[in-house]
Design a protein around this ligand. Structure first.
Ligand code: SAM
Length: 227
């Protein structure tokens, strides 16, 4: 096993991931939430790629549904935050939320798009669009490359365990295939280490851009309906 594979394996363990996140994140998560996500108490939130659910530490009381492809993360989230939200294991490319379609005020994909190839990323955008109420929003947050980026930040971003780190404009271009309104913000100051993020705010306003039909799902995982 290469040293990098070993680190990636360790990061797949919920406790190691949470420790790493606490060390590098500093106040960045709170800045991301307060300046870009702006969650409102009582909102219904879908968290795609929720990991161990740590974002719940910084969210107000919301009606929360999170899913992730890693069953260990989902189990850890369930054990720690089971009283504050619902969790299930699912792959963004294979998940549909038909019973809860058009019911969410906010969809989050925090640190997820850079783990997805373009087809999976488009599936994420379509899933988010179907989940959102009219006028509601998706917010994403990912490492990116951008012109003029500090060299060290570029190096660190290039070592991310996500295999699909993109130029900031590439993320926005993918989102614009599904969302009519996409705003993009680049930040170099959200972690304690040199790093560059792009945050997208995508509004579920107006009709789908033409020429991009939703992908066919080869399987469907449904979370249990709310009690
Ligand atoms: C960098 S972590 C972010 C976790 C969490 N959102 C956070 O902010 O701590 C990326 C997450 O995306 C999940 N993920 C990657 N590919 C996925 C897929 N195809 N479907 C669902 N989740 C996925 C990973 O398991 C991981 O938990």
């Amino acid at each position: 096993m290469k040293p990098r594979d070993g680190i990636y394996f360790l990061l797949s363990l919920p406790s190691v991931y949470r420790l790493f996140r606490t060390i590098v994140r500093g106040d960045g998560c709170r800045v991301y939430l307060s300046e870009y996500v702006r969650p409102i108490p009582g909102e219904k939130v879908l968290d795609i790629g929720c990991g161990p659910g740590d974002i719940l530490e910084d969210l107000p009381a919301v009606d929360y549904l999170g899913f992730d492809i890693n069953p260990k993360y989902v189990e850890a989230a369930q054990n720690r935050f089971g009283r504050r939200g619902r969790f299930f294991c699912g792959d963004v490319g294979l998940t549909a939320i038909e019973r809860e379609a058009a019911s969410f005020d906010l969809v989050l994909a925090t640190g997820v798009l850079h783990h997805l190839d373009d087809n999976q990323a488009l599936s994420l955008f379509h899933l988010a669009r179907r989940a959102l109420k009219p006028g509601a929003r998706l917010v994403t947050y990912d490492g990116c490359f951008v012109a003029g980026q500090p060299k060290l930040a570029r190096l660190v971003v290039s070592r991310d365990r996500g295999q699909y780190v993109r130029e900031s404009a590439e993320y926005a271009k993918l989102a614009a295939q599904v969302f009519p309104e996409v705003r993009s913000f680049v930040r170099h100051d959200l972690l304690r280490i040199p790093y560059t993020h792009v945050i997208l705010q995508c509004d579920n306003a107006g009709p789908l851009p033409s020429g991009c039909p939703p992908p066919r799902l080869s399987a469907t995982l449904l979370p249990s309906a709310p009690e």
